[in-house]
Ligand binder design. Structure first.
Ligand code: IPM
Ligand code: MG
Length: 354
């Protein structure tokens, strides 16, 4: 199992080091892994003047899976757009065809106090957001700047989905629902957007293959509201790139701890890029203060989705649960009565719990 390690910027290298520690501990128990690192994001710019250097993309293509940390930082904010770290992320998604983004929002019972919502609203929360990742207004053409007839500047983007793009992400949504609570909610803006009208038609068509799954549709504004009103009504949500970007941040905060949430971005053959949902947190970088659990849980997702090693994934997840039960907390999830630990100590605790 060949894994490309793209640690990136800010807290990326620290948290990825903990995930690597966990993977290496499993390797001592017989999991066969080959890990290779490459610069990515701001680090890619520093090393090669490109957030996704050619050599990094080559490594990512050759690997079975990619483990990412996070990218970006104040140092890179002033760079022209093609060199911005975010472009590295967008380009690697497109280049590897990673169209299916899975973002679970799970509330660990030990952390129910970390949510800003009342425990009776969020306890037991377990949502899977399936976000389309290589289409929509993120990539639609034409896009650009122009002068209008009045000599005013305009900016424009194109929201665009083809039927096959909708079909394949809908399939992922239905299959995810089948393995879980058998409920799928498709989110669109069908009352306004042509793209969404096609989206809804195609999702309804795919639904015929999955009579066991209860399908519902919500407009995105309503979905945003329902997520804070009664988030437990959701099992799997499937949606486009832009709506998914927004709703997945919202859903992550229901759990109170974005530092806990992993994600997977998959291609049609199961190859995947795995990364925490959180960003590079430059303010706490290098201080042994970041929460490595999202990175560690991302490596569990990798074992499950790319390598079909469900038992090993469960072992990592159980180890994370057990360190939380022991009271270990990084600063972002600390509350009175628990024990505050650093990034490295949290990684060690997970390894010990394995
Ligand atoms: C995400 C991020 C990215 C996105 C940015 C960094 C380009 O917000 O992964 O959700 O918008 O997809
Ligand atoms: Mg986002």
């Amino acid at each position: 199992m060949k894994i490309a390690i793209l640690a990136g910027d800010g807290i990326g290298p620290e948290i990825v080091a903990q995930a690597v520690k966990v993977l290496k501990a499993l390797a001592r128990d017989g999991l066969r892994l080959e890990l290779e690192e490459a610069p990515f994001g701001g680090a890619g710019c520093d090393a090669h003047g490109d957030p996704l250097p050619e050599t990094t993309l080559k490594l990512a293509r050759a690997a079975d899976a990619v483990l990412c940390g996070a990218v970006g930082g104040p140092k890179y904010d002033a760079l022209p757009r093609p060199q911005r770290p975010e472009q590295g992320i967008l380009r690697i998604r497109k280049a590897l065809g990673l169209f299916a983004n899975l973002r679970p929002a799970v509330l660990f019972p030990e952390l129910v106090g970390a949510s800003t919502l009342k425990p009776e609203v969020v306890s037991g929360l377990d949502i899977m957001i399936v976000r389309e990742l290589t289409g929509d207004i993120y990539f639609g053409e034409p896009r650009g700047r122009r002068m209008n007839a009045h000599g005013e500047r305009e900016g424009y983007d194109t929201m665009l989905y083809s039927e096959p793009e909708i079909r394949r992400i809908a399939e992922i949504g239905f299959r995810a629902a089948l393995k879980r609570g058998k409920k799928l909610c498709s989110v669109d803006k069908e009352n306004v957007l042509e793209t969404s009208r096609l989206w809804r038609e195609v999702v309804n068509d795919v639904a015929k293959k999955y009579p066991q799954v209860a399908l519902s549709h919500l407009y995105v504004d309503n979905a945003a509201m329902q997520l804070v009103r009664d988030p437990r009504q959701f099992d799997v949500i499937v949606t486009g790139n832009l709506f998914g970007d927004i709703l997945s941040d919202e859903a992550s905060m229901l759990t109170g701890s974005i530092g806990m949430l992993p994600s997977a971005s998959l291609d049609a053959g199961g190859k995947g890029l795995y990364e925490p949902v959180h960003g590079s947190a430059p303010d706490i970088a290098g201080r042994d203060a970041a929460n490595p659990l999202a990175a560690i849980l991302s490596s569990a997702m990798m074992l499950r989705y790319t390598f079909n090693k469900d038992e090993w994934a469960c072992r990592i997840e159980a180890a994370v649960k057990s360190v939380l039960a022991q009271g270990c907390r990084t600063a972002d999830i600390y509350e009175a009565g628990t024990r505050k630990v650093g990034t490295g100590a949290m990684g060690d605790a997970v390894v010990a719990a394995l």
